[in-house]
Design a protein around this ligand. Structure first.
Ligand code: MLT
Length: 310
């Protein structure tokens, strides 16, 4: 019987599915890399979320490993070249948390438009600063999507429902898909110049790293508000801080950071900055979805060799 280790906190549905499909499963979370190395050799599969880092060293010790499944979209915590070199299949669950992440981006857009976290803190501090928190409407504003794939597409649908105009920069977006989504496909320069709100929905790659660099942030419209629920590293955080301090950028809401966990960050305390701790995928529904998907895909592979989302 194949044996899988679940090494990060995951919805119990994952273990149920593995067992129901004839896969033995251990749930052992919170191990140090050394502790993980000591036990990983026993397993044919490893199911993870964000905490476990699958390094070359872990893979070297994983002598029976056949498949690693990430209950989520990004696979940045797995050394893919090292896994491929060993013939280990790496799978993700690209759809299970898309709606949840898109909803978080929309929530942050509202939070920026009406300064909700700041107004909440002020009101609970007994200040009643009614005139301090003048907001802006979303209706008729231009939302610039950097990345119009799965999550970006859902954000576009929601934003159109809010009567926003949506423009998108995405080299992979076809004209047909843009028409279907109801968005205007533009180049990056145009997006930077026209967007009142910019939201990022792209993986971190050599092409997208620092896409909102100091130079590009300087090309944005004065008063722009920026949201990032995708990956840290897409925005130059120091330049973002400067833009917020100078007032060129009216607000920024980040769920992801260049270094995570972001227990310290130069942006903390900057005016008009809103922060959440990589909560993009954190809803009950999304976590059940990704747990089910990862367990189904990994069981299929281990039991019958079926490959999905590898
Ligand atoms: C993902 O890659 O799916 C998201 O970043 C959410 C997560 O941290 O699991």
């Amino acid at each position: 019987m194949p044996k899988v280790l679940i090494s990060d906190k995951m919805d119990p549905k994952a273990a149920e599915i593995f067992r129901a499909r004839g896969v033995e499963v251990d749930e052992i979370t919170g191990k140090t890399p050394e502790e993980l190395k000591a036990i990983i050799g026993e397993y044919d599969g490893l199911a993870i979320r964000s905490s476990t880092r699958v390094t070359q060293e872990i893979l070297d010790a994983a002598t029976n490993m056949k498949v690693i499944g990430r209950a989520g979209i990004g696979v940045d915590n797995i050394d893919i070249p090292a896994a491929s070199a060993k013939g280990v299949v790496v799978m993700n669950t690209p759809f299970g948390n898309s709606i949840t992440t898109a909803e978080h981006a929309i929530a942050l857009m509202f939070a920026l438009a009406r300064q909700l976290p700041q107004a909440d803190a002020s009101t609970q501090a007994g200040k009643w600063e009614k005139s301090k928190f003048m907001g802006v409407e979303l209706t008729a504003k231009t939302l610039g999507l950097i990345g119009a794939g799965n999550i970006g597409g859902i954000v576009a649908e929601r934003a159109l429902g809010l009567r926003m105009k949506v423009i998108a920069y995405d080299p992979f977006l076809t004209e047909e898909r843009a028409i279907e989504l109801g968005v205007e496909k533009v180049n990056l320069e145009t997006l930077l110049a026209r967007a009142d709100f910019i939201t990022l929905h792209t993986p971190l790659t050599d092409q997208t790293r620092n896409i909102l660099s100091a130079e590009n942030l300087a090309k944005t419209k004065k008063g722009v508000r920026i949201i990032n629920c995708a990956r840290g590293g897409l925005i130059d955080e120091a330049a973002l801080k400067q833009g917020l301090e100078s007032g060129h950028i009216a607000g920024a809401a980040l769920d992801v950071y260049a270094t995570e966990p972001a227990k310290e960050n130069a942006l903390f305390g900057t005016p008009n900055f809103i922060s959440t701790p990589h909560l993009g995928a954190s809803t009950t529904e999304a976590q059940v979805n990704v747990a089910i998907q990862v367990a189904e895909q990994m069981s299929d592979y281990l039991v019958s060799g079926g490959v999905t989302n590898a």
